[in-house]
Structure formats: C-alpha cells, structure tokens
Design a protein around this ligand. Structure first.
Ligand SMILES: Cc1cc2nc3c(=O)[nH]c(=O)nc-3n(C[C@H](O)[C@H](O)[C@H](O)COP(=O)(O)O)c2cc1C
Length: 180
C-alpha cells in the first residue's frame, strides 16, 4: 500500500474477526514501529501482547467500568496490546531534572508517535487497531505485573477487521494552518 493510501484509509476498528495475530505478524509490525522518532532516540516504548483471554477479559471487567463502550471492544478483540514506556528518560536531563517546560510529557509524546506508526504498519498488513485512552492504567499495570520503571500509555486492540467504518469528518488544511 502506498503511504498516502495507508494514511487515508486507516480507521479505528472496534469490531474484529476472532483470529489471533501470529507472533511473526506482530513482530513485523513492531519492527516497523521501532523506526519511529523519539526524544534523543531514547526508544522508551514497550509492548505487551495480551494473548490469554482470561487476562484480556479481566482487563475489560476491572479496568473499564466507566466505559461500557471500551469494555465491549476489548471483549470482542482477539488481542490487546498494552503500550507502556520506561519512565525518567524522554524529556529528562542526565541528572534527572526536566529538560523543558513540558516536563515529563515528552514520554507520552514519544508513545503517541509510536502508536501512530504501529497503527499504520498494522493497517498496511491488513490488521485493524484502535488506540484507547479511557481505562484505569494503574489497574492494568497491576494485572500484567508491569515493571515498576514503566507506565502505561495506551491500550491498542488489534485484529482482522470485521467492519469497514467510514472516515469521521476532518478539518480542512486551511482551517488549521497559520502562515506568518
Ligand atoms: C489518544 C487517543 C485516545 C483514544 N481513546 C479511545 C477510546 O478510549 N475508545 C475508543 O473507542 N476510541 C478511542 N480513540 C479513537 C478515536 O476516537 C479515533 O481515532 C477518532 O474518532 C478518529 O477516527 P479514526 O481513527 O477512524 O480516523 C482514541 C484515539 C486517540 C488518538
């Protein structure tokens, strides 16, 4: 797929076929995600692929009580990616102080870039994804026993799409650009 087509046709997928992703396909997608830019090439992002339905359903039941919408997406998805990052590197000086006024927010910035690359790489291989922000990240960290030096950035269900959504409306270029 050409880059322009990949960018334009990627959609958030919230309904999947039951087939789970193979380790080979998942590793191919992550191998591309590794080419994402990051703060001083710190490469802080990490991925946990949830393959066990018991763990997946526990995440849906205990970490998404405030969003039944997200709960049903996770129940339906064959696999969930927990995207996390190593803390204290991106946006930090070597003495541990913040490098900029954005303080520790570059960590989420790096994670966002990687999430975007991942979703495009997955789409190019025929897999659907949806980035999820609405869930209890501390509870997910507890369930998957996340190392203490990491925090969770997002959950990304992944699988073969069972739906072809239309593109939600987008702003026009003219409305968001300022030339000075
Ligand atoms: C940071 C972030 C958090 C999101 N959180 C959720 C979420 O919790 N649940 C959900 O269904 N979609 C979520 N989305 C998906 C957006 O709703 C979706 O990207 C947007 O509506 C545009 O649709 P598209 O991805 O098909 O272009 C999130 C997207 C981003 C980037």
């Amino acid at each position: 797929m050409k880059l322009e087509e990949c960018i334009k046709t990627r959609r958030s997928i919230r309904k999947y076929k039951p087939t789970k992703i193979s380790h080979e396909d998942f590793q191919d997608i992550i191998a591309l995600t590794l080419f994402s830019p990051s703060w001083k090439n710190s490469q802080i992002v990490r991925f946990t692929l949830i393959e066990d339905d018991n763990i997946k359903n526990k995440i849906a039941e205990t970490c998404m009580s405030e969003s039944h919408h997200n709960q049903s997406i996770v129940h339906n998805a064959p696999n969930i990616i927990v995207m996390s990052y190593i803390t204290g590197k991106s946006g930090f000086n070597s003495d541990g102080s913040f490098s900029t006024s954005k303080e520790d927010r570059w960590q989420m910035f790096d994670s966002g870039i990687a999430a975007s690359t991942l979703c495009l790489a997955a789409h190019d291989k025929g897999f659907g994804t949806v980035i999820m922000g609405l869930f209890d990240d501390n509870k997910v960290a507890e369930i998957i026993n996340l190392p203490k030096n990491q925090q969770i950035a997002a959950l990304i269900p992944i699988g073969l799409p069972d739906i072809t959504p239309t593109c939600p409306p987008r702003n026009t270029s003219e409305s968001i650009i300022t030339y000075l």
